[in-house]
Design a protein around this ligand. Structure first.
Ligand SMILES: *Cc1c(COP(=O)(O)O)cnc(C)c1O
Length: 495
């Protein structure tokens, strides 16, 4: 059955998957959502016989129904190839307490690669399908990892340009170096004076700026988004949950139909929403464990039913989760609110105006699938140390937040089901924080010394993505204030 996409704030107008991918965000400011969530059309057993690419095809074909099989398979082939440093694409590491689904074997060593290595291909196919001749300009706000993954995905892709805004003082040194060394004449990287929410709000404003859109149209450009609000990012993220489950099944570690939990370190709510969609497709997932760092706005929301961003923004050692407005939550709110666009629009208006909204008791009852909690900075560091000392396995700070929250969940509920923890970044990307955690104190050495030490200690080779930036020259040094973002865009598109 064909799947169409409508806006969470819209008038009921529906578009095809390729059109939703091209646009990113709906004109009314809402997010595109499928009109129904398709159900898996193969048994878990059958799926367990497929490799990663095969599994991805089986999921994507159900959502992107206006793509042909050839189109999808060719996008998949081009995305999940030797850019990944393991044939398996997403290996599962087993430790005493849980399975860690390693989503960081792509070109930028964070899980954003899972979706951003395929999105440019989905987008160029979508442009062709819809007779779009304009050059597509990707505008992206990043809390650190999306930026580089999007740059790596779009650099050199014909018919596209990409502009990335990141918080100048809000990303790790490795993250920043990865971005500012990006090659490709169709790329621009800009540090803004503000935090991630400022960057994201600024980008959203640019998207809804009619005057700017007209000006761009005249010059042969149109904007699109590589942020996790794009349905073309959400769908590829569903695939690895299905794959993880069917792999465990294929290896006889679980029985067919056995319920497993999933724990996800959460910021913008994209990754965990993908797990929720997987569950709704029929994957036997029990609890969706939503793990926050000290920016625990989601934990408070699950606890109280009030989403309130009015609080201090904390800079943590898991910067990709330093977010107070979790954009993708809107898709869940819309769904549990009975897919009522008017009601959803009101809630989002309240979020825009008062910085908060409250959902009804009835809506709260639909949140049973979720368990929310958070880990403090010291709990996160302790979790890294514990896992290293007990298992010799080194995880990054984001994964550690999920791992620590999972342990809280287990202690609180006694639920001993098998659990898959989304491991979202390589520890090498956050080597300083990881080494500080393992050593139990601030380490004064340079970033690359720490990286070398981490490699020795974990017995893991330094990923190519890190080796590369050791000597790479800085190619982007542009900075701006939030109010100047529009001028920066105009300037880049002059040339
Ligand atoms: C983006 C990111 C997250 C948060 O994912 P969301 O989909 O925004 O919830 C967690 N960990 C890492 C390493 C990330 O890059």
């Amino acid at each position: 059955m064909e799947v169409y996409y409508g806006s969470t704030r819209g008038n009921g107008r529906k578009v095809k998957a390729s059109q939703a991918i091209l646009k990113g965000l709906s004109e009314d400011g809402g997010l595109y959502v499928p009109d129904h969530i398709p159900v898996l059309d193969k048994s878990l057993k059958e799926l367990s016989e497929l490799d990663y690419r095969g599994t991805v095809y089986e999921i994507m074909k159900l959502f992107l129904t206006d793509f042909t099989e050839d189109e999808l398979r060719s996008c998949i082939e081009r995305a999940y190839d030797s850019k990944f440093d393991t044939e398996e694409i997403v290996p599962l590491a087993q430790t005493a307490g849980a399975y860690y689904l390693e989503l960081f074997h792509g070109p930028t060593i964070a899980f954003k690669d899972m979706a951003l290595s395929i999105l440019p291909h989905l987008m160029t196919v979508s442009a062709k399908k819809n007779g779009v001749d304009n050059e597509i300009v990707i505008l992206t706000a990043t809390s650190g990892d999306t930026g580089k993954a999007a740059l790596a995905g779009f650099a050199g892709v014909e018919g596209t340009r990409i502009i990335v805004f990141y918080p100048k003082n809000g990303v790790s040194p490795v993250q920043e170096k990865q971005m500012v060394t990006q090659k490709g004449s169709n790329t621009l990287v800009v540090g803004i004076h503000g935090n991630f929410d400022d960057a994201q709000t600024g980008v959203k404003k640019l998207f809804s700026d009619r005057e700017l859109a007209e000006e761009m149209e005249k010059k042969g450009y149109q904007f699109s988004s590589a942020n996790s609000i794009n349905i073309g990012r959400l769908v590829p993220q569903i695939c690895y949950y299905v794959y993880a489950y069917t792999r465990l099944l294929g290896e006889g570690r679980i029985a067919e139909g056995e319920i497993v939990n999933v724990a996800v370190p959460t910021g913008n709510f994209g990754n965990i929403l993908a797990a929720y969609y997987a569950k709704n497709m029929g994957l036997p997932i029990g609890k969706l464990i939503c793990a926050s760092n000290e920016n625990k706005v989601l934990y408070d929301f699950f606890r109280t039913g009030t989403y309130d961003r009015n609080r201090e923004f904390v800079l943590t050692a898991s910067p990709s989760m330093d977010i107070l407005i979790s954009s993708n939550l809107e898709r869940l709110i819309y769904r549990i609110g009975g897919e009522d666009a008017d009601r959803n629009r009101q809630l989002m208006a309240a979020l825009g105006n008062q910085g908060k909204y409250e959902i009804t008791e009835e809506m709260r009852a639909s949140l049973e699938d979720f368990y929310g909690n958070y880990a403090t900075e010291s709990q996160t560091a302790a979790e890294i140390r514990r896992l290293y000392e007990e298992c010799g396995y080194v995880i990054d700070t984001h994964t550690a937040v999920a791992s620590a929250v999972y342990r809280k969940y287990r202690e609180e509920t006694g639920d001993g089901r098998q659990t898959i923890i989304a491991s979202t970044a390589s520890p090498f990307k956050f080597a300083r924080s990881v080494m500080n955690a393992i050593g139990g104190k601030e380490d004064a050495r340079g970033d690359f010394e720490l990286i070398d030490e981490l490699s020795a200690l974990a017995g893991v080779e330094i990923p190519g993505a890190v080796e590369e930036i050791r000597t790479a020259p800085v190619l982007h040094d542009r900075q701006c204030r939030v109010e100047e973002m529009k001028d920066v865009v105009r300037e880049f598109l002059q040339g």
